[in-house]
Design a protein around this ligand. Structure first.
Ligand code: ADP
Ligand code: MG
Length: 696
């Protein structure tokens, strides 16, 4: 078999050596394999160098010429230094300007042959001349390898100080030249053929040094055939791991919950509403998981307000009837307190015992949990801490999953012998993505809101319209409704000039002396918070001023108006969650957002989307587009291996294919016997994250 490039240190590649190896390691490159996968972040078409006289204003273009002057211009009144480089290519002159980087001067000598690439601007003094601000540059030396650096589509790599892009490019050229024959392709040929993907050696060399026939736009987007192939590999490895995990779990032995549904029936009779079709369907998925001899691992997705809590309660009654304990775990103390307040009465009416367990609950009924006297525990991650043990935990429900990672789920699972696990999330992510991010879970969706809900009317205001907003608030409260006011921060601080909840509360008290104003934020004591929420729920507080602590889970149907201060400061997913606190009754609800200047184009776009749409799925997709998947999902937390080349959104279509192939192959060859290269690659990809194959 060919040699394993991940075992060869980069130092021994021709042209590297110990000093450069050290610099390369700063870029994450230690082995030959690391280097092969260190992809250019953009490409420049130097096969198409432009004459300076033929440049087009406003376009990104590349020229090459001789340095004819270098000078640093001092503008003391504007406290600015500008380094100016003038280049002549025989057809005309071009100026490159770098602001406040006078040290750039020492990089250039008159007579140097340079390549400059940037947006072409009109020169303000000559009027008809050309210039570029902060162009990309490269000094072309006469060392005989100009074929690597010009006259072609040139890869541009991220650099580190001490290593120029030109040096890295030469190293890469050498690398491809030396290693091509040692790159083996772990992906079965038929799979590549089905997806019309090129081979691995060809793709690696193409992604670094594409020939001029390749479309540079595709290269720069990361969607050339070569990129697609490398993205496919990552997605395929990801999905293979998920397929193996899922298969392993499906074969574990779990609890068989054989309930007759006595408690469940009473619960349903007590509800003041009828379940929606969607709730019923999802619950029947859950019930059949619970009855099966394997542990349930199911994700329930449903937009805010669709009624996930009741479905969770129903599942808990099934566990209770079979003599098992349940735990409901949520991301914040406030949410835990809310769930507790909302459900304890109904649970107790059913003859079951419930308790709250968070970092700040004083009474910690640990003995009662350990003895099995308590049936249902509601809490935060305090639940998974040392010292909490259950008698027989049979069902674990995790609400608002986006704050919990795979690892935390695993920890909680360890508190019990293979309990059934139900994960609930309001993050409305597209199905394929959901399947991947929670790829080891089964998936159900509640895609229907309770009847008689009216979509929340969302309106965007400027601070000048305060009078109108206040009149509106006054009228709502007079009708007997309640109001949330959300601020981005608890207190004013020196670092920002944002308006704060504490000040806001005082201001509202002055402006609305006839109403009761409450304050809620994360730094208050748990007991205070509970009291405030309880009195808001009972209608004693008219206007609740708070921070985003109310973002998830809080349920007070009589609150019909939400005012968001500094809406420009919030992300879309967050705004959608916040807005989900109103619109929980048949009354028309409103969400009023005030945006302050400076607001920024991107924020304006976000707020426009919010004002136009109530559709969580659409908002999530927009959000994904604006922010990119890493931030959106907090991949760091998810516990999945990093994707370095593939982009879950851009490559959604590839992801789909990769997932099908992966699940298909694992079903037929669970241990990947007969695919030794693939198996090895897979282990490398998941290294340290999970143990894929039980040894033996
Ligand atoms: P979420 O899915 O956002 O967690 P909740 O479970 O908090 O939603 O439910 C939101 C509100 O809708 C609660 O007041 C709940 O009692 C109510 N609700 C749940 N299901 C129904 C239903 N089928 N019909 C009417 N109201 C319902
Ligand atoms: Mg909820």
């Amino acid at each position: 078999m060919a040699k394993d490039l991940s075992e060869f240190h980069i130092q021994y590649l021709k042209g590297v050596g110990p000093r450069r190896a050290k610099l390369l390691s700063r870029l994450g490159i230690k082995t030959l394999k690391d280097a092969l996968y260190y992809l250019p972040y953009r490409y420049e078409d130097r096969s198409n160098l432009k004459k300076i006289s033929g440049l087009t204003y406003g376009r990104v273009e590349t020229v090459s010429g001789k340095v004819v002057s270098v000078e640093v211009i001092n503008l003391p009144r504007r406290k600015m230094k500008i380094f100016e480089l003038t280049v002549n290519d025989g057809s005309g002159l071009l100026k490159g300007k770098w602001f406040n980087q006078p040290f750039m001067k020492k990089n250039f000598t008159i007579g140097n042959e340079v390549v400059l690439c940037g947006v072409v601007k009109r020169n303000p003094y000559w009027g008809i001349g050309f210039e570029m601000d902060n162009p990309e540059y490269e000094i072309v030396s006469d060392d005989g390898d100009s074929l690597i650096h010009t006259n072609r589509i040139v890869p541009v790599y991220r650099v580190t100080s001490g290593l120029s892009v030109r040096q890295i490019r030469s190293i890469m050229f050498n690398l491809i030249d030396t290693c091509s024959k040692d790159i083996y392709d772990p992906v079965p040929h038929e799979i590549l053929k089905r997806h019309d993907l090129p081979g691995l050696p060809e793709s690696l060399s193409g992604v670094h040094f594409p020939d001029t026939s390749v479309d540079i736009t595709l290269l720069n987007r990361g969607t050339s055939d070569f990129h697609r192939r490398l993205s496919f590999d990552e997605l395929f490895m990801l999905e293979l791991g998920l397929a193996i995990m899922k298969r392993g779990k499906a074969r574990e032995k779990g609890i068989v919950f054989n309930s007759e549904g006595r408690i469940l029936k009473r619960l349903i009779e007590m509800l003041p509403f009828r379940l929606t079709k969607s709730q019923e369907k999802v619950f029947s998925d859950i019930l059949s998981d619970m009855r099966s001899p394997h542990p349930m691992n199911r994700l329930i997705q449903g937009d805010v307000g669709c009624g996930k809590t009741i479905v969770a309660l129903m599942a808990m009654t099934v566990a209770s009837e079979c003599g098992y304990q349940s735990a409901l775990m949520v991301p914040t103390e406030i949410l835990a307190e809310q769930h507790y307040i909302n459900i304890h009465r109904i649970i107790e009416a059913l003859g079951l015992k419930i308790c709250l367990l968070t970092g700040s609950t004083k009474e910690r009924p640990l003995n009662e949990i350990a003895s099995g006297e308590i049936d249902i525990v509601v809490g935060t991650h305090a639940l998974i801490q040392e010292g909490v043990s259950f008698k027989n935990l049979g069902l674990v429900i995790i609400d608002e999953q986006h704050r919990f990672g795979v690892m935390q789920r695993a920890l909680l699972r360890r508190k019990a012998m293979n309990p059934d696990v139900l994960v609930m999330t309001a993050t409305p992510i597209p199905r394929t993505l959901a399947l991947t991010l929670y790829g080891d879970l089964d998936y159900s969706v509640i895609d229907e809101l309770p009847p008689e809900r009216r979509p929340v009317t969302t309106l965007l205001f400027s601070p000048k319209q305060k009078d109108y907003i206040y009149t509106f608030i006054r009228e709502e409260v007079k009708k007997g409704r309640q109001v949330y006011v959300v601020y981005p921060v608890i207190e004013e601080s020196e670092k920002t000039d944002l308006r704060s909840a504490i000040r806001g509360k005082n201001a509202f008290e002055k402006d609305f002396p006839e109403f009761t104003i409450g304050l809620l934020h994360g730094r208050m004591k748990a007991q205070e918070r509970e009291e405030i929420m309880a009195s808001f729920k009972q209608g004693e507080i008219d206007i609740l001023v708070s921070t985003t602590v109310i973002e998830v889970g809080i349920d007070v149907p009589n609150a019909t108006l939400m005012l968001i201060i500094h809406a420009e400061r919030f992300g879309m997913a967050q705004l959608h969650q916040l807005r989900g606190r109103v619109g929980r009754s048949p009354q028309q609800s409103f969400c009023m957002m005030i945006a302050y200047e400076p607001c920024g184009e991107e924020a304006k776009k976000r707020l426009d989307v919010m004002a136009k749409s109530n559709d969580g799925f659409m908002i999530a997709e927009e959000d994904l587009n604006i922010r990119g998947p890493g931030e959106f999902f907090g991949t760091r937390q998810s516990g999945l291996p990093d994707l370095r080349i593939a982009h879950i959104v851009r490559d959604a279509w590839l992801l789909n294919g990769a997932r099908k192939e992966a699940f298909n192959i694992i079903e037929r060859y669970p241990d990947l016997k007969g695919f030794p290269l693939l198996r090895k690659s897979l282990e490398g990809f998941w290294k340290g994250k999970i143990e894929l194959f039980k040894t033996g």
